[in-house]
Design a binder for this molecule. Structure first.
Ligand code: FE
Ligand code: FE
Ligand code: MG
Length: 163
């Protein structure tokens, strides 16, 4: 922790750390959902879908790293036990029991939409707490989630056009 770096954030720092930890839980669950989804998925355009899911998995892992680093900078502790992920998550986890491409895509689109909503709400709260560094970080993640939703919906649309 940088003491002055935390001081400029002020009294809202603990609240921000809590929000960041909940988002961290979401990112790990999203990472695994994409990672395992890419392995089990079946159906039309499988290679394209697998490539997109794997790419998103890596990006979610990157988000987890950004969040954990910021938590530490603010003097907090990132969630240390995976058992805490489900308990703290905003968006939960959608088990890809049906491996059909369209089903897997639908689950992940739902996940991205939840992420977009969650990060948008976080931005509004962080604006009140006045922490420009966390604001910038969350804004960057939100930008990625918007792109994820777009990429998945494009794929879904293309697969539905196959006749
Ligand atoms: Fe993410
Ligand atoms: Fe995403
Ligand atoms: Mg993509």
């Amino acid at each position: 922790m940088g003491t002055f770096g935390r001081k400029i954030v002020g009294s809202g720092a603990d609240e921000i750390i809590k929000m960041l930890n909940k988002a961290l839980a979401d990112e790990w669950l999203a990472y695994y959902q994409y990672w395992v989804g890419a392995l089990v998925v079946k159906g039309p355009m499988r290679p394209e879908v697998q490539a997109e899911l794997s790419e998103h998995a890596n990006e979610e892992l990157g988000h987890a790293k950004m969040l954990a680093e910021r938590i530490i900078q603010l003097g907090g502790t990132p969630i240390l036990n995976p058992a805490e992920w489900m308990k703290n998550s905003n968006c939960g986890y959608d088990e890809p029991k049906d491996e059909h491409v369209l089903k897997v895509l639908e689950q992940n689109i739902k996940g991205e939409q939840c992420a977009i909503e969650t990060y948008s709400n976080m931005l509004k709260k962080i604006m009140v707490e006045k922490d420009p560094i966390t604001f910038h970080l969350v804004r960057k993640i939100l930008e990625d989630e918007v792109k994820h939703e777009h990429d998945l919906q494009d794929l879904e649309q293309d697969i539905k056009m196959i006749k």
